[in-house]
Ligand binder design. Structure first.
Ligand SMILES: Cc1cc2nc3c(=O)[nH]c(=O)nc-3n(C[C@H](O)[C@H](O)[C@H](O)COP(=O)(O)O)c2cc1C
Length: 240
């Protein structure tokens, strides 16, 4: 290897290490207004960057193919065991309005409770929402997916794809937040977004290229609780 190549490699190593450590949960919250316009500025460049990030996520490792009959007959026919459903700001805003309509029409329901939660504030502040799902193997009708060896590997691979997306966002200076989703995992929300009911939400990923004025930023609650490596890794030594 040439000296300059080795210098580049070192810079790349440092950049990757930096991005891994710098990735953090940034929950951006904004009070929705009623002006009918998104507070988020969304450029073609940002849309292109998002597409590159989403494409890059697919380079996660995966071990088992998604079931052909159940998960690969539609437009999204890849063998990878996850699906990403990407909402740019206009779609996020429209989703927010859908949630508000549901809440207005059905007081004292899961919708009105959801409208009282922070979901609307997250939708108002984000640049993009990625609904990341994993694809369970077919099981017994009406039952939750079992934690079979295959399904565990599907979830693990899907988590790796999500982490790729978060790292790609961090490298570009975007903020990111992996949320369990709350009402966004509801079947009726899936229907509204065209997500198959046989998919399972692994994360609602809120991404933002820039912090919107007046938004509040809340860090991850467990950010500082990891402790040193000795608390979760051991180097195994064995006698010959
Ligand atoms: C599967 C998963 C689901 C999560 N869901 C939520 C959530 O619903 N609400 C939340 O505040 N944080 C959620 N988080 C983010 C964690 O709170 C966050 O990662 C943790 O506090 C560590 O902070 P850090 O990401 O900044 O290192 C989730 C993270 C993962 C991996």
């Amino acid at each position: 290897m040439q000296a300059s190549e080795s210098g580049n490699a070192q810079a790349e190593v440092e950049a990757v290490d930096r991005v891994i450590r710098a990735r953090k949960t940034s929950k951006l919250m904004l009070e929705p207004d009623n002006k009918g316009e998104s507070a988020v500025v969304w450029t073609e460049e940002q849309a292109k960057a998002l597409r590159t990030m989403v494409e890059g996520a697919a380079w996660a490792p995966f071990h088992k193919r998604a079931d052909e009959q159940v998960h690969r007959q539609g437009v999204l026919d890849s063998v990878v065991p996850w699906r990403f459903h990407v909402l740019e700001p206009a779609a996020c805003r429209s989703l927010m309005q859908f949630l508000q309509r549901q809440s207005d029409n059905q007081p004292d329901s899961k919708w009105s409770r959801a409208w009282q939660s922070k979901i609307k504030n997250m939708l108002a502040a984000c640049g993009a929402l990625v609904q990341a799902t994993w694809l369970p193997d077919p099981g017994a009708e009406g039952q939750s997916p079992e934690l079979s060896a295959n399904n565990i590997e599907h979830i693990a691979a899907s988590g790796a794809a999500i982490q790729n997306l978060l790292l790609a966002a961090e490298a570009r200076g975007w903020s990111s937040y992996w949320s369990s989703g709350g009402i966004l995992r509801d079947e009726e929300v899936f229907d509204h977004l065209g997500i198959g009911r046989n998919e399972v939400l692994l994360g609602s990923l809120f991404l933002a290229p820039a912090v919107v004025t007046d938004s509040k930023l809340i860090p991850g609650g467990l950010r500082d609780q990891r402790g040193p490596v000795e608390g979760w890794a051991r180097w195994v030594t064995l006698a010959d």
